[in-house]
Each structure stands twice: as C-alpha cells, then as structure tokens.
Design a protein around this ligand. Structure first.
Ligand SMILES: Nc1ncnc2c1ncn2[C@@H]1O[C@H](COP(=O)(O)OP(=O)(O)OP(=O)(O)O)[C@@H](O)[C@H]1O
Ligand SMILES: [Mg+2]
Length: 232
C-alpha cells in the first residue's frame, strides 16, 4: 500500500460553545500517493476546512492525521510549516500573487524563504513558468496578465520545488471556461508526472475530471466513488 494520507475520526469545531460550528464531523479519509482526487461539496460544507487540515495549515479539534506515516495532528506551528514547505504545493482561487512583483519574482518568493540560493531558485522558477506556458510572461506583473495567466503563475509558484502533493482549492473558481480547461490540463499533467493532486471544487463538471470523487456535506463524507470515466 502506498498510503499518503490517513485521517481518522477528525472533527473541527469553530467557536466551541454556544455558537459552535462543526465544520468537520468525524471524517475518515485515506488517500494514496499518485491519486487524483476531487473533493466536492456545496458552499459551507467544509471543503476549505478539510483542505486546511490536509495542508497542515490548521490542526483538528480531535482525531488523527497521518501524512507520510507521520502523526501531524499535534505538531507545533514551526513543525507544520516545515512539512508544508517540503511536501505541499498550494493553489488558491484568488491566485494570491504579489501585485508589484513580476511573474518570475512571485514564483521565486517562497524559494527565498526556503533559503534556496539565487541561481538555483531562478532556474527552478524559469523551469516552472515554462512548464505552465508562460515563458514569454516572466517579466509581467499580475495586472498585466489575464486571470488564467495569473493562475498559471500561481501554479508555477506551487510546483517550482516539485512538491509531491498539490492541493488546489477552487483553482478555477475565478476563471472563464477556456482558462479553466488550461488549468485542468496542467493539473492532469502534474498528476501524470506522479504527483498526488487534491482538487477542491463545488462544480460537478470540474470534479468529473478527477479519478476519484469524494463528496462532503455538513462536514461529513457522504460519497467516495471511483471515476474511471476521467481516464480519457
Ligand atoms: N474561522 C472560522 N470560524 C468560524 N466558522 C468558520 C470558520 N471557517 C469556516 N467556518 C464555518 O465552517 C463551515 C465550513 O466552512 P468551509 O469554509 O470549510 O466551507 P467550504 O465548503 O469551503 O465553502 P465554500 O464553497 O463557500 O468555500 C461553514 O459553516 C463556515 O461558516
Ligand atoms: Mg471554501
């Protein structure tokens, strides 16, 4: 078994007490390495909360989370941030690019934080931008690019150091259908290269491109299906 993620009996309660919100309600979930999984659910169902747990951005109220065989449910902020830097590339709906930096500088920024020497980080960043088809836009700032191009910069930033896991929360939520297709094509390519891709969406059509579809409702996993149709 090539297990990457094992979540057992996980709960996340916001504002414990009278106005508490049970955003995750006894979730069990296993994901193997090299899977391409979509997590689908309506607004407020707990998708982003689950992504925050999967991405070690937050810790659960109860339950356990094993990532690569390591129990990460009780680690300190610093330990979690080390794991994020090493294992996970994040892609968000809002791109989260820095406005006054070029595409290249945006991709380089996390590598600076990780202490990658200048020459190496430039090379990694250029390679990542080429991979998403932006070799001609490296010196453009976000305001000089389309939404789809900005999201591709964000993807380049996420993959520059080849993290084994890609976590994408509504990556096409702000994009038109053409750009959506491009971004989904890139995610598919990353999966083919051997990464584990976890895609969060509220859109059935988007989820249909993944090989496994997990449905979440009111903080509970209510369906988990193999989607062989996505092989095409
Ligand atoms: N920081 C927080 N404090 C209190 N409640 C929260 C917090 N974050 C999320 N919630 C609540 O937890 C529930 C799940 O929220 P979550 O953001 O995970 O939903 P989602 O499925 O990502 O929705 P969307 O599709 O709108 O992004 C919602 O009821 C939300 O109001
Ligand atoms: Mg969300």
């Amino acid at each position: 078994m090539d297990e990457l993620i094992e979540i057992r009996n996980m709960c996340k309660i916001y504002n414990p007490g009278e106005n508490e919100v049970r955003a995750l309600d006894h979730v069990d979930l296993q994901i193997d390495r090299h899977e391409f999984v979509a997590i689908i659910g309506q607004s407020g169902s707990g998708k982003s909360t689950l992504m925050n747990m999967l991405g070690c951005l937050d810790v659960p109220t109860s339950g356990t989370y094993y990532l690569n065989g390591q129990d990460v449910s009780h680690l300190t902020d610093d330990e979690l941030s080390d794991i994020r830097n090493r294992e996970i590339g994040f892609i968000f709906q809002g791109f989260n690019l820095i406005a006054n930096m070029t595409a290249l500088e945006n991709v380089e920024l996390p590598l600076i934080y990780r202490g990658v020497p200048k020459k190496e980080r430039e090379e990694l960043s250029r390679t990542a931008l080429k991979k998403v088809g932006l070799e001609k836009r490296m010196d453009h700032k976000p305001s000089e690019m389309s939404g789809g191009q900005q999201q591709r910069v964000a993807i380049a930033r996420a993959i520059a150091q080849a993290p084994p896991v890609i976590l994408a929360d509504e990556p096409t939520g702000n994009l038109d259908s053409g750009s959506t297709k491009e971004i989904m094509g890139i995610l598919k390519e990353l999966h083919k290269e051997g990464r584990t891709v976890i895609l969060i969406t509220h859109d059935n059509e988007i989820a249909a491109r993944a090989k496994r579809i997990i449905r979440i409702m009111d903080g509970k996993i209510v369906a988990d299906i193999n989607n062989d149709a996505a092989l095409a």
